[in-house]
Write a protein that binds this ligand. Structure first.
Ligand code: FAD
Length: 403
C-alpha cells in the first residue's frame, strides 16, 4: 500500500505577482475597472506583437483604434472631453502599460501627459476648448519638444531655439532632439526663447501645415525602440499668436509640466521593474539546473526578494505622491525624488532579472532583455538622475549646486 505522505501532490507554485502589498485595492471600484480594461488591452493586443515591433524599430499603428475605445485620453484631467479620474489612476495606467512594455507607456505619457498636460496647465480657456477634446479622442496626437541637440539638461538657462514676434505671428528657429511621437504625430508643443524678453514660451505647432517644420526619425536606438523619436528642425516657422500657450510666461511654467510628468515616469519605471520581475520569476520556477528549478536556489531567491522589495518600496512611495498631488502639495523636489529613486531601483531590478535568465536574458524573445534595455531610457529622460538629485539637493540643503 502506497504511503499517503509519498502520494501527496506538491502544492501549485505561486503565480508571479508584483503587486505584493495589494496596491490595486487602494483604487475605487470604478477606477479599478478601467485599470482591468487596460490590462486586458496590454495582454491581448500588445504582449503578442511587441517583441516583433521592438526588434523592427517600428510603432504598431494598428493598436490605435482599440486604444481609442479604452476611453483613457485625458485621464486625470477634468472637463474638455477628458477622461477625468484621479492622479493615481493615471499613474497606475502608466505602470500597468509599462508592466508589459515601456514604449507603449511612453507613447501614452508623451501624448496624455507632456502634450495634453502642457495645454491643460498653460493654455487659455479657448485653447483648451479647441485642442483638448480631439486629443482626448486620440484624433490629434501630440508631442513635446524641449530638448535640443546641443542643450539637454541645461534647457532652463541655455535654450537655443528662438521665437521672434512679428505682428500676429511668431517666427520659430532651432532644433529639438529626441522628441517622442514627432516623426508621425499631428501637433508639437515647442518650447522656445523669446528674443524680446529672453523668457521661454510654448507654442502649439501643427506639424504638417507648418512650412519650414521638418522631422527626421532617430535611427538605431537600443532602448524604447517602439517609440518613434525625432530630430525636429524649424526654419522660419510662422506660428499664430493664437497658438502660443497664453498662461506660460517662463521656464517655471515648463517646470510645472515636468513636475507632473516626472512623477509619471516614476510609475512607468515601477511598471518596467514589475514586468521584468514577473518574467524572471516565472523563468526561475521553470528553468532546471542541477536537477532542480533554479528558483529553489538560495542565491536566486536572494535576488528575487531584493527585486520585489525594490518594486514594493517604489509603489508605496508613488501612492503617497499621488495623495500629495491630489492635495496640491506635490513640490518639484517631491517629484524629483520619486523619479530618481524609482528609476534607479528599476535599473537595479531589471539588471537582476536579466542576470537570472542567464544567456537567454539578452535574447529579445524572452522579454526581459527588452525591459533591461528600456530602463536605460527611463533613467535618463525627463531629467537625468543627477539633475533630479540637484533639484532635491537644493530643496533639502538650501544651497543650489547647479552650475
Ligand atoms: P546631457 O544634458 O548632455 O547630460 C549628459 C550627462 O551629464 C548626464 O549624465 C547628466 O546627468 C550629466 N549632467 C549634465 N548636467 C549636469 C550637472 N549640472 N551636474 C551633474 N551632472 C550633469 N526630450 C523632449 O523634449 N521630449 C521628448 O519627448 C523626449 N523623449 C526622449 C526619449 C528618449 C528615448 C530619450 C533618450 C530622451 C528623450 N528626451 C526628450 C530627451 C531627454 O529628456 C534628455 O536626453 C535628458 O534630459 C538629458 O539630456 P541630454 O541627453 O542632452 O544629456
Amino acid at each position: 500500500m502506497a504511503s499517503p505522505v509519498k502520494d501527496k501532490k506538491p502544492a501549485p507554485l505561486p503565480a508571479p505577482n508584483s503587486d505584493f502589498y495589494q496596491l490595486l485595492e487602494t483604487l475605487p471600484a470604478e477606477e479599478l475597472e478601467v485599470l482591468k480594461q487596460v490590462r486586458t488591452f496590454m495582454e491581448t493586443k500588445i504582449a503578442p506583437i511587441i517583441t516583433k515591433y521592438w526588434v523592427e524599430d517600428a510603432f504598431p499603428f494598428e493598436i490605435l483604434p482599440t486604444l481609442k475605445e479604452l476611453n483613457i485620453g485625458g485621464v486625470a484631467m477634468q472637463g474638455y472631453g477628458c477622461r477625468g479620474g484621479s492622479a493615481q489612476l493615471f499613474g497606475l495606467i502608466a505602470m500597468e502599460m509599462a508592466r508589459f512594455d515601456s514604449s507603449i507607456a511612453t507613447f501614452f505619457g508623451v501624448h496624455n501627459g507632456l502634450a495634453m498636460g502642457s495645454i491643460y496647465l498653460g493654455g487659455s480657456e479657448e485653447q483648451k476648448q479647441k485642442w483638448l477634446p480631439p486629443m482626448a479622442r486620440w484624433e490629434k496626437i501630440g508631442c513635446f519638444g524641449l530638448t535640443e541637440p546641443l542643450v539637454g539638461s541645461g534647457t532652463s538657462g541655455g535654450m537655443l531655439t528662438t521665437a521672434r514676434r512679428d505682428g500676429d505671428t511668431w517666427i520659430l528657429n532651432g532644433q529639438k532632439k529626441w522628441i517622442g511621437n514627432s516623426p508621425w504625430c499631428d501637433i508639437s508643443i515647442i518650447w522656445a526663447r523669446d528674443l524680446a524678453d529672453s523668457q521661454v514660451k510654448a507654442f502649439i505647432v501643427e506639424n504638417k501645415a507648418t512650412r519650414g517644420f521638418k522631422v527626421e526619425k532617430i535611427q538605431n536606438k537600443i532602448a524604447l525602440k517602439v517609440v518613434q523619436n525625432g530630430l525636429i528642425t524649424m526654419e522660419d516657422c510662422r506660428i499664430p499668436e493664437a497658438n502660443r500657450l497664453q498662461q506660460d510666461q517662463s521656464f517655471r511654467d515648463t517646470a510645472r509640466v515636468l513636475k507632473m510628468t516626472r512623477f509619471m515616469v516614476g510609475w512607468e519605471a515601477t511598471g518596467c521593474a514589475m514586468g521584468a520581475y514577473e518574467n524572471a520569476l516565472k523563468y526561475c520556477q521553470e528553468r532546471q539546473q542541477f536537477g532542480k528549478p533554479i528558483a529553489s536556489f538560495q542565491m536566486v531567491q536572494d535576488l528575487l526578494s531584493k527585486m520585489i522589495a525594490n518594486i514594493t518600496a517604489s509603489q508605496c512611495l508613488l501612492v503617497r505622491m499621488s495623495q500629495l498631488q491630489a492635495e496640491g502639495k506635490m513640490t518639484d523636489a517631491h517629484a524629483s525624488l520619486a523619479k530618481a529613486f524609482t528609476t534607479a531601483k528599476c535599473r537595479e531590478t531589471v539588471a537582476w532579472a536579466r542576470e537570472l535568465l542567464g544567456g537567454n536574458g539578452i535574447a529579445a524573445d524572452y522579454n526581459v532583455g527588452r525591459f533591461f534595455a528600456d530602463a536605460e531610457a527611463l533613467y535618463s529622460y525627463e531629467g537625468t538622475f543627477q539633475i533630479q538629485n540637484l533639484i532635491l539637493g537644493k530643496a533639502i540643503t538650501g544651497f543650489s549646486a547647479f552650475v
